[in-house]
Design a protein around this ligand. Structure first.
Ligand code: URA
Ligand code: ZN
Length: 414
């Protein structure tokens, strides 16, 4: 597909080179992404109602259950995760992905899932509506964590090829974070090598916190970290399992998502730092979902506790907070100016990148597909505006992602 949009590169030191020529043949996907007639590269003016969006954002935290993945989930009932038909043909399908969600008997099981979760055309429509020019798309949780090893390996290749094809057809609107069969570390390394050689649009990988089943500080993952660091491919670390779930009874999804998710990230990253991973892999980079959970806020305490634990202190070359500055980036999905300020204070304004968590947290009812404004997105952008510093806002909204992930920004935007 050809594009009318011209591109300009604003790259300082991209983690992935932009001009990789493909020497490996990628498998042609057998599914179609064109579920509506919206052209994939459409870039219509943003609406001026509601918040009044400007063009220019790069969204590094935005998900899609690719059609191939949807098909797999439809064939899994009653094993979580799964998707089941709606009550009648006019009702949305329902999906069950979170631990314990299948036990929820308060209404119908799970949550409604519509085109906003799997249609690329719908994603582009949402992007156009909210001034998002480029999305770095990732599969949403729980990725391939639940599959037997062989199936996970096979699916990873197909899904990463799908992602590459979608990106190629999008005229620069879409890039990707690939997915890995982490239960098989050697196969994951091979998939990273394959993507590095064959793809130009996959800029890193999304990973959950389970690793090969024992968490991210499992030494068995060292070859994977080495391979990712070698290819300058960052890990987008995202929670799924929640932490402290036993405390969230009768609170629906609220506390699981508000607390369980960030606590899970905090724990996984703290353990990883304390395992000495970043001394062994100083070039490994991670982008942390939800502004790093509670980690930036707790970093002083973490430093102090490690300092007073001599065995741990002797094991690490630096303070935990030093690794948090040198090896990590943080998305802005925190909806709160003071929280953004504290991340900036802690790690610097060059470490934050705009994210939305779309298609989660949609407007109620049919809103997600009516072209309505997503309050979750506008709140998030308002929090960045609340910093009242145009340069820092631009850093977060697009410049850091452009520099770090090597993303070209359509020139008509600025
Ligand atoms: N809920 C999820 O299951 N995943 C997200 O990324 C956000 C909300
Ligand atoms: Zn997310």
């Amino acid at each position: 597909m050809t594009s009318l949009i011209r591109f300009t590169s604003r790259l300082a030191s991209p983690l992935r080179p932009l001009s990789v020529t493909s020497s490996v043949t990628m498998t042609p996907p057998s599914v179609s992404y064109h579920s509506t007639s919206t052209p994939l590269q459409s870039l219509t003016p943003c609406s001026t109602d509601g918040r009044g969006y400007k063009h220019g954002a790069i969204d590094v935290h935005t998900h899609c259950y690719l059609p191939r993945y949807m098909e797999m989930l439809r064939n899994r009932h009653p094993n979580v995760p799964y998707i089941i038909p709606g009550a009648t043909p006019s009702h949305d399908e329902r999906y069950v992905i979170l631990p314990g969600e299948d036990k929820d008997k308060t209404s119908a099981v799970g949550r409604p899932i519509g085109e906003e979760y799997f249609s690329i055309a719908e994603k582009i429509r949402y992007m156009d509506r909210h001034g998002i020019d480029v999305s770095v798309l990732s599969l949403a949780n729980p990725w391939l964590d639940f599959l037997p090893r062989g199936e996970a390996v096979h699916m990873a290749t197909l899904l990463n090829d799908d992602l590459q094809e979608i990106s190629e057809e999008s005229a620069g609107r879409i890039y990707g974070f690939g997915v890995l069969p982490t239960q098989d570390v050697i196969a994951s390394c091979k998939e990273v090598e394959r993507m590095a050689a064959a793809t130009t649009k996959v800029r890193g990988v999304i990973l959950g916190t389970s690793g090969a089943g024992k968490g991210l500080d499992d030494p068995a993952l060292d070859p994977l970290y080495e391979t990712l660091a070698k290819h300058n491919m960052p890990i987008f670390l995202h929670p799924h399992y929640g932490l402290g779930n036993e405390h969230y009874a009768n609170t629906g999804h609220s506390l699981f998502l508000a607390l369980g998710f960030p606590f899970e990230t905090t724990m996984a990253v703290s353990r990883l730092i304390l395992s000495g991973c970043f001394d062994r892999h100083p070039n490994l980079k991670m982008l942390l979902a939800h502004a790093g959970g509670t980690l930036p806020f707790l970093s002083g305490r973490l430093d102090s506790c490690v300092e007073h634990d001599h065995e741990m202190c002797d094991k690490l070359l630096q303070k935990p907070s030093d690794y948090m500055k040198s090896n990590f980036y943080y998305d802005s999905v925190i909806y709160h100016t003071p929280a953004l300020k504290s991340v900036i204070e802690m790690v610097g304004e060059d470490k934050l990148m705009f994210g939305t968590d779309n298609p989660f947290f949609p407007p109620p009812g049919e809103g997600a597909r009516s072209g309505a404004e997503w309050i979750s997105t506008s709140k998030n952008m308002d929090a960045i505006d609340g910093l009242k510093d145009a340069k820092v806002s631009d850093d977060i909204i697009w410049r850091n992602a452009s520099n770090v992930l090597g993303i070209e920004v359509p020139e008509i935007i600025r």
